[in-house]
Design a protein around this ligand. Structure first.
Ligand code: HEM
Length: 488
């Protein structure tokens, strides 16, 4: 049957669309085949292994199959896992406001300067007093309600982050300010779970008009709330600076340098808020790893004990420094780093196309042959009495290269003071079953949050080592509560 003349234009348009779709599919397929030939080896036709415990576990099985550099496709985007990596990241959820997921470039460099200055080794020393005072409250909390250990440690980590960011503290995790932040951060972490959002695999979706980008709607809603919260917090610091009552913190340092950095108020407010998203669960998770490992009688723990430890003991406590490094290595809280490549590159003969997602499996590296002997075993001695740079300069749990964690000095101080004081104060032991057998926590039971992971709840018993300990903790808590009033 002939087509009626009035339908002819529609038929030709339809044919053109079909031809265009067909050609796009062919071009996509050819392009993919060409790229795939020069990419590092990896699965092409078969599906990518997934693991509910986290992507680094799935990566491990691919590593065994394909070697230490491998690749696969997620939608149109190649994904590569290799050791030497690049400094950019893919960004779509925060509209360029969150530095953690900002692509490499000038804006990121200015953002990063804020954190390099605000959390440098030297700046971190000014936060020690607050960390010490807050650690007294953790000991008191553990004494009163050890089953709420996670709460006490997380409140500590939150308070430290608030104090270094805004010069104020968190007295409770129920503060509305803390709760709102936590909600935003969970959403942000969720957006960063590899493979969770279609747009990550199909960045072409970002060309849709904004109102049609359905995957952004939740994030835009949260962003509107965050903008109010972060600008309010920054303005409060400015007011305190004007009144001469501000504590030295990242915000006060940045407001002093505001003109140099060239950020608008909202951009600066977002920039200084970064430790909220990166510094709380990572710190508290590491201290929890220590508590759970301690029950296995983590070797040498007792030899770290000192009378009333403080930061002044640090040099004398070389073993404790090694102990803290081993805590961060043994069960790394951030088991991989996610990056993106800003231009085409060739690495070890492989082609790495611009915009490829690149994952560095630090979890595997920390269990690799560089960590010999016995990388699976908790062994602080590997960091002790050695001149080998891979141990003396060990910062792998904090990532590497230009995007290495700028909060690592603050984090190590937090972990150090809590580990030292918990060891001083308590005997931590496993609970016993009806037959009197020790029930040890599973050291590999974690909840993956998107960028980092936290240990699943575990049980233990905790006893003050001497009656004196209780008396000292009580006295120090009273003093700490008084002195912490300076932070509001
Ligand atoms: C044990 C605790 C911590 C661990 C294991 C940790 C680990 C990491 C890792 C692996 C990265 C990604 C690095 C990379 O891509 O190479 C990172 C980034 C970051 N961390 Fe930490 N972190 C910890 C604590 C902290 C703290 C306490 C703060 C701030 C107070 C902080 C602030 C940041 C920031 C702002 C970034 C983004 C850096 C960038 O993209 O340039 N972290 N952290």
């Amino acid at each position: 049957m002939d087509c009626p003349p009035c339908l002819l234009p529609f038929v030709s348009v339809l044919s053109l669309i079909l031809i265009a779709v067909f050609l796009s599919v062919v071009i996509f397929w050819v392009d993919r085949q060409l790229k795939a030939r020069r990419l590092p080896p990896g699965p092409r036709a078969e599906s990518i292994p997934q693991d509910p415990r986290g992507p680094w576990i799935a990566f491990e099985s691919l590593r065994q199959q394909y070697g230490s550099i491998f690749s696969f496709f997620r939608g149109t985007r190649p994904v590569i896992e290799k050791r030497e990596i690049y400094s950019s990241r893919h960004e779509w959820s925060s509209r360029g406001m969150r530095g953690l997921s900002m692509p490499y470039g000038n804006t990121w460099r200015r953002w990063r300067k804020i954190h390099n200055i605000g959390m440098s080794g030297r700046a971190s020393l000014t936060y020690r007093l607050h960390q010490t005072l807050e650690s007294s409250l953790v000991l008191h909390g553990l004494l009163e309600s050890p089953e709420r250990y996670s709460y006490h440690i997380q409140r500590f980590a939150t308070s430290v982050v608030l104090s270094i960011t805004y010069g104020r503290r968190a007295t409770s995790l129920d503060d509305e300010l803390v709760k709102q932040n936590y909600r935003s951060i969970l959403e942000f972490q969720r957006a960063n779970i590899p493979g969770r959002y279609l747009v990550e695999a199909w960045p072409i979706l970002l060309l849709l008009p904004r109102p049609l980008q359905w995957f952004r709607h939740d994030f835009d809603r949260i962003r509107a709330q965050d903008t109010i919260l972060y600008t309010t917090l920054l303005r409060e610091v400015r007011q305190k600076m004007d009144a001469g009552t501000a504590k030295e913190c990242i915000s006060s340092r940045s407001l002093d340098n505001g003109a140099d950095l060239g950020f608008s108020e909202v951009e600066l407010a977002y920039a200084v808020s970064a430790p909220f998203g990166t510094g709380i669960d990572t710190t508290s998770g590491s201290v929890e790893v220590f508590l759970s490992g301690l029950q296995e009688g983590a070797r040498g723990a007792r030899s770290c004990r000192r009378a009333r430890p403080s930061f002044d003991d640090e040099n004398a406590l070389l073993y404790l420094g090694a102990f803290v490094k081993e805590v961060t290595r043994w069960r790394p809280i951030a088991p991989f780093v996610a990056r993106a490549v800003t231009r085409d590159d060739t690495y070890e003969g492989y082609f790495i196309p611009k915009d490829t997602s690149v994952y560095g499996n630090t979890h595997a590296m920390m269990k690799g042959p560089e960590m010999l002997p016995e990388p699976e075993v908790f062994r602080p001695e590997r960091f002790f009495d050695t001149t080998e740079p891979r141990f003396t300069d060990f910062t792998l749990p904090f990532g590497f290269g230009r995007r290495v964690c700028p909060g690592m000095h603050v984090a190590l101080q937090s972990i150090y003071i809590l580990v030292a004081r918990i060891l001083w104060a308590f005997d931590v032991e496993p609970v016993r079953d009806e037959q009197g057998r020790a029930v040890l926590p599973d050291p590999d039971a974690f909840r993956f949050m998107g960028l980092s992971r936290v240990p699943e709840p575990f049980r233990f018993t905790l006893r003050p080592r001497t009656p004196d300990v209780v008396r000292i903790i009580d006295a120090e808590t009273a003093e700490a509560e008084e002195r912490l009033k300076e932070w509001g």
